[in-house]
Design a protein around this ligand. Structure first.
Ligand code: FAD
Length: 358
């Protein structure tokens, strides 16, 4: 009985955003919903990963660098809570445990935290969940408007696509929710959560990826290093070494993250001119570094969650019927396990909403 009702109500579900939260929501919904349910993921950019992004060199085949999230760090609580997910990812070769002694200047907030890297690049983790979801992925689908039309949610993109869904989950960083047109402002007003959403804040950072030709040797005793005596550069990794990938045929890659104060001061600079300034600071920090063959700059305006949504509920209902939900790391914790928490809460809520209609 329940499954037949769910089948009728949940024919089409849309997840907006192909980051870690969106991908895991889609995968967890797939476990609960009938095979016939069409799960779509619409993503504004061309790539999958969001803030767990891996960038490719344009001129060196197979050379990649993680520009956003670097490590998956599981506290004892989450090693237990998400043990099934961790086992699956480790067995699939997606996560590899590392010894943090190779990260200079690292200190754990919680003892017995386990650290992992993603050898194929952090976005491989997000792609894994997208594949599990068997979802249709719409790239370059920048959602601009959400309205309700009877029992459906009408979603429109900047590219002029309009489609009706039975349920929609939005996973973009919170300030980007306010950019949406249609009924979103009305929903937020009705739920009385405008101030709570406006109070959510993120730090900002610039990232620079450097690619070096095959044969380049970067002879340092660390895989990554936190830097505390430069105003601009906060973190450097020899990214392939961090991921335990041999660079003999591919060439090494380096990731640089800027400090939050420098990033805030320079936030309105474009990513390429900021990258040139960051490289001047890199010369002071790593004077031995050879000239890279390619430089890729990136601006994370919304980087890590500074202040999350009150109570960390995992997700929030904007509209009960038809369902429109908000999810993402700001509704839980700004790390991998927070995304999984948000996705599990969304799965439970969405499936629960429909069971209650039986
Ligand atoms: P996002 O990854 O932001 O995904 C949201 C997606 O929505 C994006 O792909 C975006 O393009 C898309 N989108 C936005 N607006 C629209 C629209 N209108 N239409 C369609 N699509 C849209 N976490 C860790 O666990 N370990 C770390 O070491 C770590 N380090 C970090 C370092 C940096 C520099 C950054 C930036 C983050 C780091 N994090 C780390 C945090 C981690 O990356 C995030 O918690 C996680 O990626 C958030 O995933 P999400 O899916 O909630 O959001």
């Amino acid at each position: 009985m329940i499954s037949s009702v769910r089948e009728k109500i949940m024919e089409k579900v849309l997840v907006v955003g192909a980051g870690m939260t969106g991908a895991s929501i889609a995968a967890f919904l797939r476990q609960e919903l009938p095979k016939s349910t069409k799960i779509s993921i619409w993503e504004k950019s061309n790539g999958i990963g969001g803030r767990m992004s891996t960038s490719r060199a344009s001129n060196i085949r197979n050379s990649t660098v993680d520009l956003g999230a670097q490590y998956i760090s599981a506290s004892p609580l989450y090693q237990q809570k998400h043990s099934g997910i961790y086992s699956e990812l480790i067995q699939a070769g997606l996560l590899m445990a590392i010894d943090v002694a190779s990260i200079e200047g690292h200190s754990d907030k919680q003892p017995d935290t386990k650290h992992y890297v993603v050898p194929e690049g952090i976005s491989a983790l997000v792609k894994h969940f997208v594949n599990k979801a068997d979802a249709s992925v719409g790239r370059q689908h920048l959602v601009t408007s959400i309205t309700t039309e009877g029992t459906h949610v009408a979603v429109t993109t900047e590219q002029g696509i309009k489609e009706l869904f039975d349920a929609v989950v939005l996973t973009m960083p919170v300030p980007q929710i306010f950019q949406l047109k249609g009924d979103i402002a009305k929903f937020i007003g009705e739920k009385g959560i405008k101030a709570d959403l406006q109070n959510v804040s993120y730090s900002s950072r610039f990232a620079v990826g450097l690619f070096f030709p095959p044969g380049t040797c970067l002879d340092v005793p660390w895989s990554a290093k936190y830097i505390y005596d430069n105003p601009c550069v906060r973190y450097v990794s020899v990214d392939n070494r961090k991921r335990n990938k041999d660079s003999a045929d591919v060439g090494p890659s380096v990731c640089i993250h800027t400090s939050v104060p420098w990033s805030m001061e320079n936030l309105e600079k474009d990513k390429d001119s900021a990258a040139q300034e960051i490289l001047e600071h890199v010369k002071a920090v790593l004077p031995w570094l050879p000239k890279p063959s390619e430089v890729k700059g990136h601006k994370w305006r919304y980087s890590q969650v500074d202040k999350g949504f009150p109570g960390s509920p995992g997700c929030v209902i904007l509209s009960d019927s038809p369902p429109v939900l908000l999810a993402g790391d700001a509704f839980s914790r700004g790390v991998f396990d927070g995304c999984l928490d948000s996705a599990l809460a969304t799965q439970q809520l969405l499936v629960g909403l429909h069971k209650s209609k039986v």
